[in-house]
Write a protein that binds this ligand. Structure first.
Ligand code: SF4
Length: 265
């Protein structure tokens, strides 16, 4: 069986415990206006033109984002880092895009990793079916789970999808006693107001026996070049990146609700 991935990042230290190998799946069901990985949204392998400097001259070359890989070959890539996993308490993280856009492939690769004693984390938007979650659940140790906005309308406006399924799936993971780290991408003027932070904290209190930490991810305006490359209109062109310090008040707000909070992944 084959899947489509667009990157494999080694020695990652922000995608779960220890040193990890992060595999980025292609395809995402959301269209967040702030997306910093626009090349991950399409499920297809994409060609694009990039500009490079060669011998002092700017030239355009063709490149590709995404490639097919079999479960066996991907496992070989992951297993190369086993010594780092063992040493650091790390493992593999499947990210994207959205790994559940390729559930069959995800199931096979997570099962293979689990059978070989590797700690498995899935970094998910939560925008998937319960049926798909159930398929993969036995092979996952930890979920990194994005929570973007508690208002269904605002969620729809900024990501192109309702948050209903996402919240239902979080409850489902709690019923199944799966460890979760909640990740909140903090987007100025979108989800950093008092009302949403309170609502987010209240929702997490429903599932707090499985929530290990909350991670606040500051908005970074780093994807402009990628938007140009893929001819996508950036809706947040003018928005400035947030510093870590800017998130201290939000961190404190969540801490006062009793959560362990980190800034960054
Ligand atoms: S969920 Fe992540 S990858 Fe998907 S559109 Fe949003 S920011 Fe981009």
């Amino acid at each position: 069986m084959e899947g489509i991935v667009f990157d494999i990042k080694r020695y990652a230290v922000h995608d779960g415990p220890g040193i990890r190998t992060t595999v980025f799946f292609k395809g995402c069901p959301l269209h967040c206006l702030w997306c910093h990985n626009p090349e991950s949204i399409s499920r297809e392998i994409q060609k694009y033109t990039k500009k490079v400097i060669f011998d002092g001259l700017e030239i355009e070359i063709e490149d590709t984002v995404g490639y097919r890989i079999s479960v066996e070959d991907l496992f070989k890539e992951i297993n190369k880092d086993i010594a780092f996993f063992d040493e650091s308490g790390g493992g593999v993280t499947f990210s994207g895009g959205e790994p559940f856009m390729q559930t069959k492939f995800l199931k096979e690769i997570t099962r293979t990793c689990k059978d070989n004693g590797i700690h498995v984390t899935i970094d998910t938007t939560g925008q998937t079916s319960k049926k798909d979650l159930k398929e993969v659940l036995p092979y996952v140790d930890l979920f990194l789970y994005d929570l973007k906005h508690m208002s269904d309308q605002k969620h729809y406006e900024y990501t192109g999808a309702s948050n209903k399924k996402i919240l239902e799936n979080l409850r489902y993971l709690k019923e199944n006693k799966k460890d979760i780290i909640i990740r909140v991408p903090v987007i100025p003027g979108y989800n950093d107001d008092n009302e949403n932070i309170k609502a987010t904290g209240n929702f997490i209190s429903e599932i707090n026996d499985v929530v290990k930490e909350i991670h606040l991810l500051p908005y970074h305006n780093i994807a402009e070049g990628k938007y140009q490359r893929f001819h996508i209109q950036s809706e947040m062109k003018k928005m400035k990146s947030l510093s870590e310090e800017a998130l201290y008040p939000l961190k404190e707000q969540f801490e006062q609700m009793g959560y362990i909070v980190k800034i960054g992944g």
